[in-house]
Design a protein around this ligand. Structure first.
Ligand code: MG
Length: 408
């Protein structure tokens, strides 16, 4: 049975950020860079433990950043994953070695370990699972990208020394996965050389390569798996973040469609969205017969799955006789809003032979928008004649189609 531990390295000082706050503690999505990093791992695989390497006296800040997204704690409990904070060293190599030593000394059997940069929050489930799969198969694996820019090796004076072949090069990412005993032994040996000022390594695959006599398997990484290093990365991060938020905002979209038809009869007022339009006939109906508002009411109730106009305001109920349909729509719209929905837009077609509607359009749009308490530019309405065909064309009725888009 494989027992996989995760090490998140967050012990750096973030000096290259030019920020007072460590990059792992910066806000992102529902939490922080650190919490979103941990969350990505927790929802992608089962880890026996997560060890976060932090600077000295950072435990409170790191905990606060980690639990900023409450889903992290829920998943830790759900997956029975323990969490440890280990103090890092002066270099990345020391920090990782401290974490490996801590895990070695803990009384848990660990078969493999994934080592990840705390400042790579956009790690995908696919990359995490590929790392685990390839690590179990090959003892060591890491995701990497072919560099987009042609790479050159230069000499100490700044001149090109070697023209490297781009297709053979890889820019390595994390997580890097290892057989636990092999990486622990490799790091222990590397630590001896480090203490003797012989070598310092910034990458765990290099330590594994040099001291284990085994090779690391490289598979395709993900361009989105960026490491936040400089302030400009944060801009990219913010853009990505706002794209994510946009996605989130638009992740619940519902279209609604409403329709209504009323006879046009003498001795009734022609009411379109609460606006009285001078004409010889008006809509027949139990309420004020405002077909436009009835269609809108059905559209928003339909989109939000809350019913239809008949179930809220039955035309058999005396209470609604000659009712102002604006009040009916306001009441229905409140239900829809109370369920978390807001209006993206509303588009309406009126089928009406006479009178000409265009002179009233702006007034009608304003009336609908104010009834729904939204901006005018979320509402549009246009009229068509019936080309003198059918009931509409003969001037016997008004028909209305309303479609809306709701979001939450
Ligand atoms: Mg009606």
């Amino acid at each position: 049975m494989n027992q996989i531990a995760l090490i998140i390295v967050a012990a750096g000082s973030s000096t290259r950020m030019g920020s007072q706050i460590k990059k792992e503690y910066l806000p992102l999505n529902e939490g922080t860079v650190l919490s979103e990093t941990a969350h990505s791992f927790l929802k992608s695989a089962i880890f026996s433990s997560i060890t976060i390497v932090i600077p000295e006296s950072h435990e409170l800040q790191a905990k606060k950043a980690l639990y900023k997204n409450p889903k992290v704690n829920n998943l830790l409990l759900e997956n029975n994953t323990s969490i440890n904070f280990v103090i890092g060293g002066k270099t990345r190599q020391e920090s990782v070695f401290n974490a490996l030593t801590f895990l070695k000394k803990s009384n848990t059997k660990i078969t493999h370990v994934l080592i990840h940069d705390g400042a790579r929050p956009f790690i995908s489930k696919e990359i995490i699972q590929d790392t685990i799969k390839n690590t179990i198969k090959y003892n060591a694996s890491a995701p990497a990208l072919i560099p987009t820019d042609t790479q050159k090796e230069i000499d100490e004076n700044g001149f090109i020394k070697n023209h490297l072949i781009r297709k053979n090069l890889r820019a390595i990412q994390t997580p890097q996965g290892f057989n636990f005993d092999l990486i622990y032994e490799s790091h222990s040996k590397a630590n001896q050389d480090y203490k003797n000022n012989l070598y310092e390594f910034t990458d765990d695959t290099e330590i594994f390569d040099k001291y284990s006599n085994q090779k690391t398997y490289i598979f395709n990484g993900d361009p989105c798996n960026i490491k936040i290093t400089y302030a400009k990365d944060l801009e990219i991060l913010s853009n990505k973040n706002s794209t994510n938020n946009q996605k989130k905002e638009t992740s619940m979209l519902r279209i609604g469609l409403g329709y209504d038809k009323h006879l046009l009869v003498e001795n009734r007022k022609l009411i379109i969205a609460g606006i009285e339009i001078p004409f010889s006939k008006g809509e027949d109906g139990h309420s004020d017969g405002d077909a436009v508002l009835h269609a809108i009411t059905d559209a928003v109730l339909g989109a939000s799955h809350l019913g239809d106009i008949g179930s809220y305001f039955p035309d058999t109920d005396e209470k609604f006789k000659n009712a102002d349909s604006r009040e009916l729509l306001k009441c229905a719209w409140k239900q829809v809003k109370d369920n978390g929905w807001s209006l993206e837009n509303l588009d309406i077609v009126i089928m009406l032979q006479e009178p000409k509607f265009l002179p009233y359009r702006e007034k009608v749009i304003s009336s609908i928008a104010s009834t729904l308490n939204v901006e005018n530019d979320r509402v549009f309405i246009k009229a068509k004649t019936g080309e003198k065909l059918g009931d509409v064309g003969k001037g016997n009725c008004i028909e209305v189609f309303a479609s809306c888009l709701l979001s939450k």
